[in-house]
Design a protein around this ligand. Sequence first.
Ligand SMILES: [Fe+2]
Length: 243
Amino acid sequence: MSLPADQTVLDPEADVEFTPEQHDIWKILYARQAPQVEKFACREYLEGSGNLGLPADHIPSVQWLNERMTPRTGWRTLRTRVRYSDAVQWYNHFAAREFLITDYVRSRDELDFTPEPDMFHDVFGHLPYFTLPRYAQIQEMFAPAFLRATTDEQRENIKRLAWFSTEFGLIRQDGELKVFGTGLISSKGEMEHVIAGNTPLLPFKAATIIGFEKAIWSYNDQLFVFDSLGSLKAELASYFDTF
Ligand SMILES: [Fe+2]
């Protein structure tokens, strides 16, 4: 399966100009989340965050991001004007090691939670991880599975597994529950909700997860925990290898 060139993606040389208000919202979100991730994020996120070194006071450009990401893992980011990319297009970009980021920035009254993934989620949540080869390997499992899936059910299940791992997964490290998923990393509200023990947790088993619906408009009412990147990979493979 392949698509013609994606017209919604901007040339990195012609990146979006964000407004002073948008840079300000980034600054507020960054100042709120930086101490949270120090306490609650897994060690992979913190290592990636150290590699990327995001600016605290302004939204970085696509070129700036790629100069720091691509030499480490081969992944690059591209700006899209589409808020929710279609899954086929999304995974076609994944297959080329391209991670799409939006130009949408949440508003001041959505600082704690935004149902639509915004630029802060995409950049602050996801991109630090793309400086780590051992994390990139996990992301690189999804596109081949999605592109060879033959049924809608398989494609839905792949999206569920992505949702409950890279977006909202938790990991146990040194006996402590840590946040792995980028949807939690970028949401002060849901991160605190989960860490405080308000969300039921189950072991990350692909066979269990494919039966769960994703919660897009609210906090998740069920999340899943793995013990290592290796065990996450093994669980993903246990489903992806069935077709
Ligand atoms: Fe995301």
